[in-house]
Design a protein around this ligand. Structure first.
Ligand SMILES: *Cc1c(COP(=O)(O)O)cnc(C)c1O
Length: 388
């Protein structure tokens, strides 16, 4: 079956009611048939649900779909994208280990690397997207994992997955890719050699701004360790959110097609606009990594970054002048969302740190929704005029 079909047809087993659409299994635990059955389940001699912190039919179905879409062997679902990111580090790394990571990262991932993991003696080095030679130059004896976010949030920097796949093989490292912006519909890092793919399912996977969730899929030996960690420490996804996310995957392909075509149209229309210093989108020929984007992504994704003339104040006035686009911190929703990273999601960084990850005072991130593209363009156009 093709991926679009798998995302729709993969289903947990039916109940006695023979339902067509998978029901919600709101149960904290599952019955043992007898003492021996309970013993065998706990001994991992047979497969089955024990307790919803470990597994549940809804979370299993969601994980199975994600693994199929990402060409992965196995996976585990988490209560949030950040729980997934953290578990990927905490379950596989020990004191003295070193992570090599792309510099341009989701804000909380940056906090985990810089503030939380160092408490347990886990070190990191950042690599700049425009200096790929830094990857190999910074590998140390204790380097254990490569972490990369591509495209990055919100700088839309692209990291070469084929290059990282070769590098990780040469140095026997774990390659872990945050694939949240692309989704498996646009890019499958495992095909380039990634061992793990980490997602915030909150974004395009749900796609409708309803639930928080996360997932890691990948190599089954690594997932075994991640599952052990999660089973003991408890960051598991709730069955309700898993049920929502699994249904959402049924429409991922058509949503991504529309997000991407709307975003590309918006990027093309505003490129060269006299009120903007820059329009950044992976599939614009002006993007510094245009060729790489074309090579590893099916389409450019749903995020367009604009740099407004007039900097910080202009960007804030622009946000206030929007009539339709939502002012909120999420992305990947059916509704267009526009945020000002310098004063919100990336406000904890210094000016220099923001610049190094491609965020300027006048940068706004447009998460292009599924509305009619002309309504989105009209709103941005009038807000640019009004905020002059
Ligand atoms: C949102 C996001 C996360 C964190 O996910 P949550 O579900 O909000 O915890 C991680 N990485 C990227 C790229 C994101 O956009």
């Amino acid at each position: 079956m093709k991926k679009e079909t798998k995302a729709i047809r993969t289903q947990a087993g039916k109940s006695i009611h023979n339902e067509h659409s998978v029901p919600l299994y709101l149960t904290s635990s599952f019955l043992f048939e007898n003492a021996e059955h309970g013993r065998a389940l706990f001994a991992d001699e047979i497969e089955g649900n024990i307790y919803s912190r470990f597994s549940n039919p809804n979370t299993s179905e969601f994980v199975l779909k994600m693994a199929e879409l990402e060409n992965a062997e196995d996976g585990f679902a988490f209560a949030s994208g950040m729980a997934a990111v953290f578990a990927g580090f905490a379950s596989l790394l020990s004191k003295g280990d070193h992570i090599l990571s792309s510099r341009s990262l989701f804000g909380s991932t940056h906090q985990i690397l810089t503030k939380i993991l160092p408490k347990w003696g886990i070190e990191f080095t950042y690599v700049d997207a425009d200096k790929p030679e830094q990857w190999e130059d910074n590998i140390r004896e204790n380097t254990k994992m490569i972490f990369a976010e591509t495209p990055s949030n919100p700088g839309l920097e692209i990291i070469d997955l084929e290059f990282l796949g070769k590098l990780k093989k040469k140095h026997n490292l774990i390659l872990n890719v945050d694939n949240c912006f692309a989704t498996p519909y646009l890019q499958t890092p495992i095909d380039y050699g990634a061992d793990l793919v980490t997602h915030s399912a909150t974004k395009y996977i749900d796609g409708q701004g309803r639930v928080i969730g996360g997932v890691i899929v990948g190599n089954k030996e690594l997932i075994k360790e991640i599952r052990y960690f999660a089973r003991q420490t408890g960051p598991s996804l709730s069955p309700f959110n898993a049920w929502i996310l699994s249904k959402s995957l049924e429409t991922l392909s058509i949503r991504m097609e529309k997000h991407c075509s709307n975003a590309f149209e918006l990027a093309k229309i505003f490129e060269g606009n006299s009120e903007l210093e820059l329009v950044k989108y992976p599939m614009l020929a002006s993007h510094p990594q245009y060729e790489l984007s074309k090579k590893q992504m099916k389409m450019g994704g749903g995020i367009v970054t604009l740099i407004l003339k007039g900097g910080y104040d202009r960007a804030r006035n622009f946000i206030d002048a929007l009539n339709m686009a939502s002012k909120t911190a999420n992305l990947g929703d059916t509704r267009t969302i526009i945020t000002h990273p310098a004063s919100t999601t990336h406000s904890k960084l210094t000016d220099d740190e923001r610049k190094s990850v491609g965020i300027y005072p006048g940068t706004v991130r447009v998460s292009v929704g599924l509305e009619n593209i002309n309504d989105i363009i009209e709103d941005i156009t009038q807000a640019l005029q009004k905020s002059k």
